[in-house]
Ligand binder design. Structure first.
Ligand code: BEZ
Length: 211
């Protein structure tokens, strides 16, 4: 199934290392990060899951629940989690879906047959509190993802959902943001951005990040 930005994230029920997950119910009103791994007991995946566990406080601050997936069974996940905890010096604190029947992998198009016929690639979806898909990234098995970038995108989405701004390339918390081009009314701009703005071009207006 092809999933595009703005689509409702498909719901599913699947086994996991933390029991059966009914996805929408499990998400509740939180943001979600759903990310797939090629297989258990693989080195890059082990580091990615360790990183995600260590970032729990950062995810919690932003109201985000993380959930991983690989096509191996729960029993394998349980043994792998012990290894991740041991080797990455952390405690895995989120579920890993056991997608042996490929139900979720197929629903989210996580198997790319020209990359690998049976294993998932490194897909990652950010899902907002109304269950809309807001980011899709796909990495190859050989390249681990940057979870600081995932947090950065969540910061951008949460900021731009609240204010009439967008975030420039390489933006990070505290940097200036851009006023969206559709906002043209001078009174509304003054009301929304009391700190003022700098028009580098009429279409490129920078303003301090709103609180
Ligand atoms: C890994 O997670 O380390 C990995 C998985 C599949 C292919 C290459 C690396």
């Amino acid at each position: 199934m092809t999933i595009r930005l703005g689509d409702v994230a498909p719901d599913f029920e699947q086994a996991s290392s933390a029991g059966t997950i009914r996805f929408h119910e499990w998400l509740g009103s939180s943001w979600g990060v759903l990310f797939s791994h090629p297989a258990d007991f693989t080195p890059v995946c082990t580091t990615e899951l360790g990183l995600t566990a260590k970032l729990k406080d950062e995810f919690d601050k932003r109201g985000v629940k993380a959930i991983a997936l690989s096509v191996d069974p729960v029993e394998s996940h349980t043994r792998w989690i012990a290894d991740i905890n041991d080797t990455q010096n952390t405690t895995v604190n989120f579920p890993i879906l056991a997608d042996g029947d490929r139900k979720v992998s197929e629903l989210y198009d996580m198997i790319h047959p020209n990359a690998n016929a049976t294993l998932t690639v490194r897909s990652l979806f950010i899902i907002d509190p109304v269950k809309k898909v807001r980011l899709i990234i796909t990495y190859p098995a050989s390249t681990g993802r940057n979870f600081d970038e995932v947090l950065r995108v969540i910061d951008s989405l949460q900021l731009t959902d609240k204010h009439s701004v967008a975030t420039p390339g390489n933006w990070k918390q505290g940097d200036d943001v851009v006023i969206v081009p559709s906002l043209q009314d001078p009174e509304e701009i003054a009301r929304r951005f009391p700190a003022g703005y700098k028009a580098v071009r009429p279409y490129l207006r920078l303003t301090p990040q709103p609180k």
